[in-house]
Structure formats: C-alpha cells, structure tokens
Design a binder for this molecule. Structure first.
Ligand SMILES: Cc1cc2nc3c(=O)[nH]c(=O)nc-3n(C[C@H](O)[C@H](O)[C@H](O)COP(=O)(O)OP(=O)(O)OC[C@H]3O[C@@H](n4cnc5c(N)ncnc54)[C@H](O)[C@@H]3O)c2cc1C
Length: 495
C-alpha cells in the first residue's frame, strides 16, 4: 500500500542490489550528473553473484573481455575466462574508481516497494527498519541470487556437511572425504573437476545431462595486457570481435537451424573425444535439442568424471538420510559431505518482495501465471519503476553484461528525460505492453527454449518469462530509444 511520509528525504533514484546491475546503473547515472542515489544491498559487501559464488572452479563462461562493461574496460584480465576472484577484483575496482560505495547502505534487505501516485514517489522498506524514498526505483536484485535446494525427502536428516555452490564453505577440508555433487548444470560442471582433485570418493548425481562445448581457457600473454593498456582501441576491437562471434552463435542456440545441427555435432564430437566408455557417453548425451537448456562450457568435466575416485550416477535420488543418499534402484550411498549444485530460484512468476503500484495494485499477483513487462524494463501501472534482468531479458548466447548495459542506458535516458521535461512520472501504456508481449511470445514459440525440454527458463505451464528471443544487437537496438509515445506522462500537476 502507498505510504505517506513527509519526513524521510526524497532521493532521485533508489536502487535495490549492488551487483553488476546496481553498480553499473549508479556509475552511469553519476556520469550524467545524477548522484542523489541510494543503493540498498542486503549483504555486507558488493558483488552479487560473484560475491556469493566462490566455489572452487567458479568462473565466467563468456570471455572476460566481453564479460565486463564497455564503459569501464579492464586491460589486465589474466585469463581468457576470468575466475570469480578476478571478476570480484574488477567489481571492487569499479566501485572504488568511480566512488560508488558512498551510495550503498549495506545489510539492508528490501522487503517491499510501494508507489504513492499523488506524490509520484517510491518507498522502499527494509527488514532492518530503514525507509528510503525516491522519484525513480530500479530493481537490480539479480535473477540468480537466491540458492535453491531440491525437494528431496530427508534433506534435513543428513548428519554430515551440506554445502551449496552459492554459499561455499571454505572452512571445510574436502581432502580425503566422500563427497556427493548433486546437479550437473553450469556450477556442477565447474565444481566437479576441482573436487575430483581432493575427494577420496566423488559421486556426481545427474538428473538430465546438458550439452557441453569445449572451453578455450588460457592465460593471457603479458604483451596483450601492455597493448590493451597503451591502445584501448585494440581491446575495443577484440571485444567487438568476441561480441560478433557470440552473436553468430545465436543462430545455432536460439533457433533450430543448420547451425544448431552443426553445434550439436561439435558437442557430440567433444563427448566422443573425451569419453572413452560407450555407456558413459550415452549417459552424458542429452536427448533434447541443443540450446533448449543452457549450453555449458567445459574442457575438464568429462575427464574428471572418468577419474578413478569419481563416478556418475543417473539413478534418481529418492531420499536423503543421516548417512547419505538413497537412489531409486535401492542403493544407499554414504557420504561425508553433500554439495548442492542445484542453482537458484529464478523468478518467473511473482516478485521477490511485494511491489505495490498505482492504486495499490500488486505486481506479484499480476505476475502469478508469468512475469510480463515492456522491453523487460517497465510495467504498466508501476510508473518510474525500472527492472534490470526483468522478464524476457535473458541471454542464451551472449554476455549478460551486454544486456544489462542496454538496460542501464535505457534507465539513464528515462531518468534524464523525466528531469529535462519536468515530468513527474512515466508509465508505459497497457496496450503497448500487451502488443509487445504478444509479439515476444510469438517469437519465443519458434525458439529452441520452447522446443519441449524442461528448463528453468519456463514456468510450470511452459510459459517463457525469462529469455529474449533474438540477437543481443536487436535487444540493444530496441533499448536505444525511449519512445515517449509508448508512455503515459504525468506532469507535476498530476495531468
Ligand atoms: C555462478 C554464475 C556464473 C555466471 N556466469 C555468467 C557468465 O559467464 N556470463 C554471463 O553473461 N552471465 C553469467 N552469470 C549470470 C550473472 O547472474 C549475471 O551475469 C550478473 O552477475 C547479474 O548481475 P546483477 O547485478 O543483475 O545480479 P546479482 O549479481 O545477483 O546482484 C544482485 C544483488 O542484489 C542483492 N539483493 C537481492 N535481493 C535483495 C533485497 N531484497 N534487498 C537488497 N538487496 C538484494 C543481492 O545480494 C546482490 O548483491 C552467472 C551467474 C552465476 C550464478
């Protein structure tokens, strides 16, 4: 419900979350002369995903040169695919070099956002009792920030150590231990090769195998760093090349084309090349179209699975007890530690906290069957509210930071436009939003994501609320212009 408050100061922009999205938004707003900003961050440190995912082997699967902001390049990446430590160093550098920490209020978990139509003001309240008011609000709380555990009977009965990939236990010594890794998605394939070096017995529990491409990770030569330092345009050119190379992958990952068949052949050859045993080959070969689930990158996962101390288990888990895991064929596997590489609760329906818009309408209930927005960033009835990584902004083939950057630029343009027009609020028109989504869903129907597999991209009803069905270039192009005719503008007099 709208909160009327006359004592709390009114800021220009309120941002939820201090990951790449929140920090990048603050940075770009600041560059445009807007620095009355408050960032509310639930943790005690910046970094989001990369602060939380510190498991052994954690790294990006998009080349570092592209997995960084174009407006704040790092010439000194040490590897082609940076590890989480180095990405965190980059995020710290962003915050320090641009003085972003002064905007952040740490240890403040937002528990609700509400809009006062009379005043045109958003109010955020936190679990810790803080209230922040601002003219514009940016939800940058991240799509992959809440770890998810599978619903397995007996999960709480296990007497050994339980670790989640997004909340790693660095005090636990895995050396010589009997360890289970549950999940073979993006984090699972990064963790397994590292734990295989330490555990005495490693069992990897797989529900569905994913398509895996070779990962060409290498240490960057010193001369390249020197070159990028002295000639930033050389780095920009490499970045452009990497961007275009990933764009071309869209034709094979998003749509069922001859390129898709070629990529699938490459992934099959990767299995044949790295896996000797025919039965294991069958076990790790997916039965769905490449692209339908996230395509993974690894050159050391299959070799790790074949180490003497390691075994892949594909029988479904039926229960966990105090000693370990029981699988469907009746075997009880005993472990010292269970590692959950089971990903995140990805918001496809509802909202992460209550969001009240005009006349008390509540976004969570409007999104009960699936989230929908306009260009992934605004929702009708929620004026001046912007989302980063909102509905249908997910990339399957290119760097998330390219999409985030496009959204940040849209926010910066909107905020500066509101300021220069002297307008109180902008609210996307319902009919525009509806048309936008009809078009989007038609395009999604033709993608590999909607080709029949079960994935975290879809709701239980098969509604795709997460992915953008096109090239990153198309996404960025639609975000270049804020079309005022798509919005209802509310002047300060309320007209
Ligand atoms: C292990 C892993 C590897 C990845 N690798 C890649 C990759 O290689 N390439 C790629 O393109 N993408 C990758 N991603 C996707 C990644 O999520 C994005 O690239 C990017 O980091 C998202 O940044 P963000 O700021 O939007 O969200 P986050 O990094 O999740 O940050 C959100 C912030 O909001 C805070 N927050 C959440 N809720 C609240 C609340 N209620 N109140 C206050 N604060 C709150 C969180 O604490 C967090 O600090 C990866 C993700 C993971 C988990």
């Amino acid at each position: 419900m709208a909160v009327t408050d006359t004592e709390t100061p009114i800021h220009r922009v309120l941002i939820v979350g201090a990951g790449f999205s929140g920090l990048g938004t603050a940075l770009r707003l600041q560059q445009e002369g807007i620095d009355d900003i408050v960032i509310l961050e639930r943790a005690s440190e910046i970094g989001g995903t990369w602060r939380d995912n510190t498991y052994p082997g954690a790294a990006c699967d998009i080349p570092s040169n592209l997995y960084s902001f174009s407006f704040a390049q790092n010439p000194a990446w040490s590897r082609s695919y940076a590890g989480s430590n180095e990405i965190m160093e980059y995020i710290h550098w962003l915050a320090d070099a641009y003085g972003l920490r002064r905007y952040i209020r740490f240890n403040q978990r937002v528990q609700g956002l509400s809009y006062d139509s009379e005043e045109g003001i958003w109010t955020a309240t936190t679990e810790q009792g803080e209230t922040v008011r601002a003219r514009q609000a940016v939800m940058a709380q991240g799509p992959l920030s809440n770890p998810s555990y599978p619903n397995i009977p007996g999960l709480n009965d296990f007497q050994g150590r339980v670790v989640h990939s997004a909340d790693w236990d660095h005090d636990y010594d895995f050396n010589g231990k009997r360890v289970a890794v549950i999940g073979t998605g993006a984090s699972g394939v990064q963790i397994v090769p590292e734990l295989a070096k330490q555990a005495s017995k490693l069992r990897v529990f797989q529900r569905t195998p994913c398509w895996i491409m070779p990962r060409l990770d290498f240490r960057k030569p010193e001369w390249q760093k020197t070159l990028f330092n002295k000639v930033p345009s050389a780095q920009a050119a490499i970045r452009k090349g990497l961007f275009l190379a990933h764009e071309s992958m869209a034709t094979g990952i998003i749509w069922d084309t001859p390129v898709n068949n070629a990529l699938e052949r490459l992934a099959r050859a990767h299995i044949r090349h790295q896996v000797k045993d025919r039965w294991l080959r069958r076990q790790v070969t997916p039965e769905f179209k490449l692209g339908c689930k996230r395509v993974l990158m690894s050159s050391d996962y299959y070799p790790a699975l074949q180490q003497d101390n390691c075994e892949l288990i594909t029988w479904p888990i039926v229960a966990i007890n105090e000693n370990g895991i029981r699988t469907a064929e009746g075997i009880e596997h005993q472990f010292d530690c269970l590692v959950f590489a089971t990903g995140f609760s990805v918001p496809k329906t509802g909202t992460p906290f209550p969001v009240y818009g005009e006349n008390g309408r509540e976004l969570g209930s409007e999104w009960e069957k699936g989230a929908q927005a306009y260009k992934s960033i605004n929702v009708a009835g929620y004026p001046n509210l912007f989302m980063i990584f909102g509905p249908n902004s997910g990339p399957g083939h290119n760097s998330a930071l390219v999409y985030i950057e496009a959204q940040i630029e849209y926010i910066v343009k909107s905020v500066t436009t509101l300021r220069s027009l002297g307008v109180k609020a902008m609210d996307v028109r319902e009919d525009v939003q509806k048309r936008h989504n009809q078009h989007l869903q038609k395009r999604l129907a033709r993608t590999t994501w909607n080709s029949g597999c079960n994935s975290w991209y879809l709701t239980e009803d098969g509604f795709n609320a997460t992915m953008y069905p096109g090239f990153a270039t198309q996404y960025a192009r639609q975000m270049k212009q804020v079309r005022l005719e798509d919005y209802r503008l509310v002047s300060s007099t309320g007209q």
